[in-house]
Design a binder for this molecule. Sequence first.
Ligand code: EPU
Length: 337
Amino acid sequence: MNLKKLFSLKEYNTFNIDVKSVYSFFCKAESELSEFSKTDVFKNNKILILGCGSNILFLNDFDGIVIHMQNKGIEKIKETGDFVYLKVAGGEVWDDFVNYCVKNDFGGAENLSLIPGTVGAGPVQNIGAYGVELKDVFFELEALNRNTSEIQKFNRKECKFGYRSSIFKNEHKDQFIILNVTFKLTKKHKLKLEYGTIKDELKYVNEPTIADVRNAIIKIRESKLPDTNKFPNAGSFFKNPVIPVGKFKILKSKFPEIISFPAGKNYVKLAAGQLIDLCNWKGKRRNGVGVYDKQALVIVNYANASGLDIFNFSEEIKRSILKKFDVEINCEVTIVI
Ligand code: EPU
């Protein structure tokens, strides 16, 4: 069994925080996890499931078992005239899966190109970008119930997907380990090009293909988001806040430049990046931590800052947004205390 004690997690989180786990379990196959889930070590410790560690901030050593999901495999399980169903192991790297889809001309996931992380982590926060969310290509998933060691299936409705959220972030938090995810992809594609910057990027391409969309998105992301190898970060640190329309009208009268997006009846979504930007945080650095100069929603660990340094810095940003706009912004990144 691949179980290690007092294991350094520095290389396993994209903020590069130098913390340790009491145990680290490396899961290369679903059967290994089923077996491990029956042991006393598993039953008597708290657990944390880690994919690529690209959406997590450790404030301390982890006093339990970190489960590193590293199972691999992509299998076509069904095909109809219009759709293909792919069952993908939770430990597959998300972008390898998107690349596989585009190479095989299976559509729907291309707007989600280059999102860091694993396939199994995707449903937990319903990853999204450029007008598409994971839920749009999701069919079902299988997860291990950590209390019973049974494998349970969840369909799309049961996952209760929302903006950067699902049942696995709320009522089932830490209870299930996602083993594999089945996606429903198109053979006759409907491209989603509404998100402003994609249209600009593709304006000289006649009849773009899903491969063109993937290339455009890779280009946009690389121009805006820092490379974690050079600038350790975890993508958007905060979620975009959703506020009532009434409150937005008041805000807009004071700050006409504020942009918004519809977010269901009576609500609008603001761009947290813009709010942070308007509070002049872009490019600011302190104690080795800073706000990325091309996208204010991203916090970067520039010089071996601790998890707590990063957290305190983020709290200061939060307070300044609250003070200036009376809007609360919340973390998108999972904070492990
Ligand atoms: N903006 C600014 N200043 C900034 C950043 C953004 O004024 O520093 C403005 C932009 O000009 C734009 C608006 O805010 O008008 C939205 O910005 P952008 O398109 O960059 O998207 P975002 O809302 O900041 C979200 C996701 C990203 C995803 C992009 C593209 C969240 C929390 N973040 O960012 O996801 O890539 O849209 O779809 O929803 C992630 O989750 O880690 C992530 C990077």
